[in-house]
Design a binder for this molecule. Structure first.
Ligand code: AHM
Ligand code: MG
Length: 345
């Protein structure tokens, strides 16, 4: 076991990283400190959700995606919004739970960063004590500094992200993030209330035996996706079939595959109202995960093989298909689905 003297907290890490950059102003570090504070409070509420009345279950509200909002969703959304818009370093925000942009109220300082987030992803799992998470993406604004941010400040491709990450409320609470030079993970130590650096350099295994997909949608997939899934399960073709692991919380499914290796797929399905797009949202689900995947040595593409990070967003809640995970697994998916004319095995 590590002694406290060997450890470094997320706040200390951010300050040390800032000191390495002679031109850094400290704005980003301050912004992250507000985010970390909100993450700790949401983690605390998630941990005691079963004990509190009026926090589990759904509200009567339906969010912009047409989904019933859970009470914890709403709580997390309000908490992250309030904690971040006062920090003085954001010019505009966007959340999965809000149709339009979230402006910075005029009483607060306007900053140079944008913040897009999914406050509580995997909401169908909240009521049954299954892992859920928060996902975030930070860009530098495009519009002139000092003015209010606008929607186009948020509509930037993933390649331009300054930072992306997620908070996983799992068997422990973790924050995993990248600032464009590798991926680091911090675990919340509840005894001192600090995120402690627990995973200093996360690399996704080059290949892995796990595949994660909602196989209940099988009949509604394209032939190429059906065939690929049959292929990776087929023992004659493959010696060893892959293992299916699917939670239904992107953060948890992604995190497991990041550490163990494998592939996560959310292709389009014809029964969905979003067809021919996938279910997941580009700005605050696919794009931040793609940044982490690539920084960890993995890949993230659409079913057609386009890099997620190269997609130019055109709307806040734009959807995309997502195939992400170990490099060799994603490469095999692309090779298999592109080179075959007839998809049978
Ligand atoms: P949410 O943002 O409403 O929680 O939906 C996103 C979630 C992801 O966490 C997960 O990967 C996916 O939806 C699961 O969808 P499905 O239930 O269709 O498999
Ligand atoms: Mg979500």
């Amino acid at each position: 076991m590590k002694l406290a003297t060997d450890t470094i907290s997320l706040s200390q890490y951010l300050i040390e990283e800032q000191l390495k950059l002679p031109y850094a102003t400290g704005d980003f570090t301050a912004l992250m400190n507000h985010l970390v504070y909100a993450a700790k409070i949401v983690s605390r509420e998630v941990r005691k959700a079963g004990l509190l009345e009026n926090i589990l279950g759904s509200t009567n509200n339906v969010n912009v995606q047409g989904e019933t909002q859970m009470k914890l969703d709403e709580y997390a959304d309000t908490l992250f919004t309030n904690a971040l818009r006062i920090c003085g370093h954001l010019c505009v925000m966007a959340s999965e739970e809000n149709e339009g942009i979230i402006e910075i109220p005029s009483e607060y300082k306007i900053g140079k960063y944008t913040f897009a987030f999914d406050p509580l992803d995997g909401s169908s799992n909240i009521d049954c004590n299954v892992s859920i998470g928060t996902i975030f993406s930070i860009h530098l604004r495009k519009s002139p500094h000092g003015t209010k941010g606008i929607e186009s400040d948020l509509l930037q491709k993933g390649d331009l992200q300054r930072c992306a990450g997620y908070i996983l409320y799992g068997s422990s609470t973790m924050m995993v993030m990248t600032m464009g030079y590798g991926v680091v993970g911090f675990t919340l130590d509840p005894s001192c209330g600090e995120f402690i650096l627990s995973h200093p350099n996360i690399k996704i295994p080059e290949s892995g035996s796990i595949y994660s997909i909602n196989e209940g949608n099988y009949d509604f997939w394209s032939d190429k996706v059906k065939s690929y899934i049959r292929k990776i399960k087929n023992i004659q073709n493959n010696n060893k079939p892959k293992t299916l692991r699917y939670i239904g919380s992107l953060v948890a499914d992604f995190h497991r595959n990041l550490l163990k290796g494998g592939i996560f797929l959310y292709p389009e399905d014809t029964k969905s109202k979003n067809y021919p797009l996938g279910k997941l949202r580009l700005l605050y689900e696919a794009s931040p995960m793609a940044f982490i995947a690539e920084q960890a040595g993995g890949m993230a593409v659409t079913v057609d093989g386009d890099r997620i990070l190269a997609l130019e967003p055109t709307s806040l809640h734009q959807r995309t298909t997502l195939i992400t995970g170990s490099k060799k697994e994603v490469e095999f998916f692309l090779e298999y689905t592109k080179t075959k004319n007839e998809y049978s095995i």
